[in-house]
Design a protein around this ligand. Structure first.
Ligand SMILES: NC(=O)c1ccc[n+]([C@@H]2O[C@H](COP(=O)([O-])OP(=O)(O)OC[C@H]3O[C@@H](n4cnc5c(N)ncnc54)[C@H](OP(=O)(O)O)[C@@H]3O)[C@@H](O)[C@H]2O)c1
Length: 144
């Protein structure tokens, strides 16, 4: 990868053909939706007033329950593949295009190892279609 762009992968899907045409790598930051796709998400009242999740629409009261329902379905599907939710999310990005490079953040060495192991989770076209059926447009509300 000689050059790289940085943006949100799902929102930026229309850009991917151009990225591919130009031979640019696509850096998918916050690929676990800033922890929403961690399997341990909590609603806003569990965080301080200055916490960044107070500002992210996925955590907004009108969106939160719907997003938790999506995550619950994705978690069940991940389990059928002997994977964690985080691994499924990362494998989904890796399966989309060779040029996509997810950069998950974690303070925990065990979770870093778990995230790296997502490269071994090969998703089929049927798997991707199943994930798209669960979350056709990603989460509800901008995740930022
Ligand atoms: N260029 C930009 O504008 C931009 C913007 C945002 C982010 N970034 C970069 O993107 C990278 C990742 O972003 P991010 O940290 O905001 O979001 P993220 O990778 O989407 O999510 C990180 C969160 O997921 C948790 N997590 C990670 N692996 C997990 C696992 N296997 N199971 C369960 N939970 C897991 C982490 O908790 P623990 O730490 O407790 O594991 C943390 O709360 C960072 O390097 C960040 O600097 C860049």
């Amino acid at each position: 990868m000689s050059r790289a762009s940085s943006a949100k992968a799902h929102d930026a899907e229309p850009l991917l053909p151009v990225v591919e045409e130009l031979g640019i790598g696509f850096v998918a930051y916050s690929p676990l939706a800033r922890g929403f796709l961690s399997g341990a998400v909590k609603s806003r009242e569990h965080y301080g007033a200055a916490d960044f999740r107070q500002l992210i629409p996925w955590w907004a009261p009108e969106n939160f329950d719907q997003n938790v329902a999506i995550v619950s379905e994705l978690t069940k599907f991940a389990e059928t593949r002997d994977a964690t939710l985080a691994q499924l999310a990362l494998a989904w990005l890796l399966a989309k295009k060779d040029s996509i490079v997810p950069i998950p953040g974690s303070r925990n060495p065990g979770r870093v190892a778990q995230n790296i192991a997502a490269v071994d989770l090969a998703l089929t076209a049927d798997d991707l279609a199943h994930i798209d059926a669960i979350a056709p447009t990603g989460g509800i509300g901008n995740r930022r």
